[in-house]
Design a protein around this ligand. Structure first.
Ligand code: GDP
Length: 183
């Protein structure tokens, strides 16, 4: 059961610059344009935001954790590792305009497998910045193939256009519910 006392911990992972902060501010800020449900702004701290969203007519409370990339900021390695251990679900972001960030997502997926050996941890591979069509370095089919290898879902998003960002959050809630219901 999830509720105010038992929120889902969703962790944002990915290289620096892929759009994690942009994702977190969409989550924290504006109303969900996908449904008429309006949420209150709710910040616990700069990196943690908790709020209740409505998915398929049922409320779900999400605690969203943003992490820095350990590669670019060594001080934060422990925060990222901690989040890897405690998350219920993960949004693994890369930028479609930045191939190294796509490779970084693969590395993070492998690290995640060490921390979360349990098979059914919901993970969505997110190819962000799909509005930047002319700067694309990673094709849709590469993203999809990578997700298939990783045994996770795949979505392309544009935080700048607010395109598919809520679909990603809703998708993670649906996966968490499927897992809950199959227990
Ligand atoms: P983070 O380091 O992963 O937190 O990345 P940020 O959220 O800070 O984003 C890095 C830069 O990319 C910022 O200048 C954002 O405005 C920009 N950005 C993030 N998402 C998108 C997107 O979907 N499209 C475009 N065009 N720019 C984006």
């Amino acid at each position: 059961q999830t509720g105010p006392g038992n929120p889902y911990r969703v962790v944002l992972l990915g290289a620096s610059g892929v759009g994690k902060t942009a994702f977190a501010s969409i989550f924290a800020g504006a109303a969900d344009i996908q449904s008429d449900f309006t949420y209150e702004k709710c910040f616990i701290s700069d990196e943690v935001c908790e709020k209740t969203v409505e998915v398929d007519g049922e409320p779900a409370t999400i605690t969203l954790l943003d992490t820095w990339d350990a590669e670019t900021d060594t001080d934060c390695q422990s925060s990222q590792q901690c989040n890897m251990q405690t998350g219920d679900a993960y949004l693994l972001l890369y930028s479609i305009t930045d191939r190294p960030s796509f490779l970084r997502a693969s590395e993070l997926r492998i690290t995640l497998r060490q921390f979360r050996p349990v098979h059914h941890t919901p993970i969505i591979l997110v190819g962000n910045k799909c509005d930047l069509v002319r700067r694309r370095e990673v094709s849709v089919s590469e993203g999809r193939a990578c997700a298939a290898v990783f045994d996770c879902k795949f979505i392309e998003t544009s935080a700048a256009m607010q395109h598919n960002v809520w679909e990603a959050f809703h998708g993670i809630v649906r996966q968490l519910r499927l897992r809950r219901d199959s227990k």
